[in-house]
Write a protein that binds this ligand. Structure first.
Ligand SMILES: O=C(O)CCC(=O)C(=O)O
Ligand SMILES: [Mn+2]
Length: 211
């Protein structure tokens, strides 16, 4: 549980791996974390379903005239009037699937947000990753609420304060829910680094509101 000071205010989280759950207030931002939001049975079923029903794509970007593959597979689903552009690519959404809607319906009351799109990432092994970035595209609005759901292998999620370089780490376990909100995207970058550990597949879904 969160710790409160004598005035009843939440004590900001210090650097290091964060095993706490619930609403976590940090400097210049906040997030909500539940390591076991989905049960193991539910998570294993959703991992299998998403693995086979989602149309996974190898997207690439252009860097200095060279085509570079993203180190993971991706997919974009949601309301059909919402396009999304990042890293030089523009995605048109595929229609919601039964599994994605099941997840969306379960997380929306916690996020207090109605999402209209979801970006899915498939990390095939420890060599797949996403490097330092913020989810601060214009179409996400000023202080976006981004709900990230994880199935499969546990991977380490890192946050780094843009100015102070302070680092926080969270183990994103099978069935976990991480909601980034408040000013977080203005002040903190995040990444899931590669790992030399032998890890299996992991599917991450980040639900977003495209304005
Ligand atoms: O896989 C994750 O936990 C993070 C994914 C992410 O940051 C993104 O898709 O923008
Ligand atoms: Mn992100």
């Amino acid at each position: 549980m969160n710790q409160l000071d004598i005035f009843g205010n939440l004590i900001p989280q210090k650097s290091g791996i964060n095993p706490r759950e619930g609403l976590i207030i940090i400097e210049n931002g906040e997030y909500i974390f539940y390591p076991n939001f989905f049960s193991k049975t539910e998570s294993d079923l959703l991992l299998k379903g998403l693995r086979s029903h989602i149309v996974w794509k190898q997207e690439s970007m252009n860097m200095y005239g060279k085509k570079i593959d993203f180190p993971r597979l991706t997919a974009w689903y949601g309301n059909n009037d919402k396009q999304y552009s990042f890293s030089g690519i523009t995605l048109n959404p595929l229609p919601w699937t039964r599994e994605i809607l099941k997840i969306k319906n379960k997380i929306e009351p916690i996020a207090k947000t109605e999402f209209n799109s979801v970006l899915l990432n498939l990390y095939r092994d420890g060599n797949d990753s996403i490097s330092w970035h913020t989810d601060a595209e214009k179409e996400l609005g000023l202080n976006p609420v981004i709900a990230s759901v994880n199935f499969g292998a546990t991977r380490r999620f890192q946050l780094r304060h843009i100015k102070t370089k302070e680092k926080l780490e969270i183990e994103l376990t099978n069935g976990s829910l991480l909601i980034m909100q408040g000013e977080l995207q203005h002040f903190w970058q995040h990444q899931v680094p590669k790992t030399s550990k032998l890890v299996g597949e992991r599917i991450n879904l980040t639900f977003r509101v495209i304005k």
